[in-house]
Design a protein around this ligand. Structure first.
Ligand code: IDC
Length: 366
């Protein structure tokens, strides 16, 4: 086929797409061509995450729940709503390894690839999270697939600016940075860098990714590396902010790859005033973040209400659905969004934060 004929064909298909939009909802696949990554190729300059020109940027978005439990979140309508209605810059794909995750079900990686494709399509950055949690040692035999997994991922995405590799969620237990965690990080960083010289790599730290200061004092060599820390405002406050500040002062780039509005259990009451204090700190330092978690599980850190809760609140239309993970309310702009009756108190709080500009002016990168 001649190029011009092909172009006319594509144009014709696009027009058909527009025509059906006027009649009602169309599959997002027709309505949306891939968007470029918002800030182009990311890089770490000094302690800052920066765009391709070296200007500091702050990515903000949502983490999925464990893909082995709530993998249905990886659907096109959800990613479209997250990017367009929630205005998220980034989505984190939490692939647990233990706990019935990748080690038992390696086919879960297909869901990760699908999630990366959808994030790319909607112009979001995407974190591929090797969710080390139980057991806490990243060198435990359950995690033996790490090298092969990151080899495959970094071959696939070497030229895709949207991807960040998060190589361990939360090392925990009696571990030493120098002897346990850092050697694992060095091994996986080398694996990734053999294929992908540039995309950002996020490195967890000890005590459930709170010991960023310890990591910063003895950093992994290489470029475009950042250290992750996690907070839950019911449990972690100024003492953890001090550790994060110490890491920054030591010259490390830090990234908050998980925070929730609750205490560390992910359940119970919300701590929104403490969350505000944290978010102001993150904004001030232009620290990127993803919130735990975008799902309809029955726990208060979940951004969507559960079907059980919908039932309790007498929301009969919602109860008839299998889950709330695929948004179905057609919003004013003609695509599916989650209605306000589907958001939990946590989800409403975080969506409002994402839609608003950060509260403080960031610090310039250079
Ligand atoms: C929690 C989930 C919960 C699940 C549990 C499994 O919210 O539904 O039963 O994992 O262990 C973390 C972890 C993250 C936790 C979360 C809340 O990275 O996996 O999710 N949390 O406990 N660190 C601090 C808190």
């Amino acid at each position: 086929m001649k190029r011009s004929t092909f172009a006319i064909l594509v144009f014709g298909l696009a027009l058909q797409g527009c025509a059906s939009t006027a009649r009602g909802p169309v599959p997002a696949a027709v309505a949306q061509a891939p968007l470029p990554a918002k800030y182009g190729k990311l890089q770490v300059v000094g302690t800052h995450l920066c765009d391709s020109s070296g200007k500091a940027v702050q990515l903000r978005g949502m983490s999925t729940m464990g893909l082995q439990w709530n993998g249905e979140i990886v659907n096109e309508a959800a990613f479209a709503a997250l990017a367009k209605d929630w205005k998220a810059d980034v989505v984190r794909l939490a692939m647990y390894v233990g706990e019935g995750g990748y080690a038992a079900h390696p086919e879960l990686k297909q869901l990760v690839w699908k999630g990366v494709d959808l994030a790319i399509k909607y112009g979001m950055y995407v974190m591929v999270d090797w969710h080390v949690l139980t057991p806490g040692n990243p060198n435990d035999p359950v995690y033996r697939g790490a090298q092969a997994f990151f080899d495959e991922a970094s071959k696939k995405y070497a030229k895709v600016p949207n991807v960040l590799y998060e190589i361990m969620n939360e090392p925990n237990g009696q571990l030493s940075w120098a002897e346990d965690i850092k050697p694992y990080a060095e091994k996986i960083v080398a694996t990734i860098r053999a294929n992908d010289p540039d995309n950002v790599i996020l490195i967890g730290s000890g005590t459930w990714s709170q010991d960023v200061d310890v990591a910063a004092a003895d950093p992994v060599q290489g470029k475009n590396l950042m250290y992750t820390f996690h907070f839950y405002p019911g449990s972690h406050r100024q003492a953890l902010r001090n550790k994060v500040q110490a890491a920054i002062d030591a010259g490390a780039g830090v990234f908050c790859s998980e925070w929730g509005t609750t205490d560390y259990t992910g359940s119970g009451q919300l701590y929104l005033a403490e969350a505000e204090t944290w978010l102001a700190f993150l904004d001030r330092n232009q620290i990127s973040w993803t919130n735990w978690s975008l799902c309809d599980k029955s726990e208060s850190s979940a951004a969507l209400i559960s079907l059980a809760e919908a039932m309790k609140q007498g929301k009969t239309a919602l109860v008839e659905r299998d889950s709330l993970m695929e948004p179905q309310t057609i919003g004013r702009e003609g695509y599916a969004i989650w209605g306000s009756d589907e958001l939990s108190a946590s989800g409403a709080f975080v969506r409002a934060k994402l839609r608003a500009k950060p509260t403080a002016d960031g610090v310039p990168a250079k």
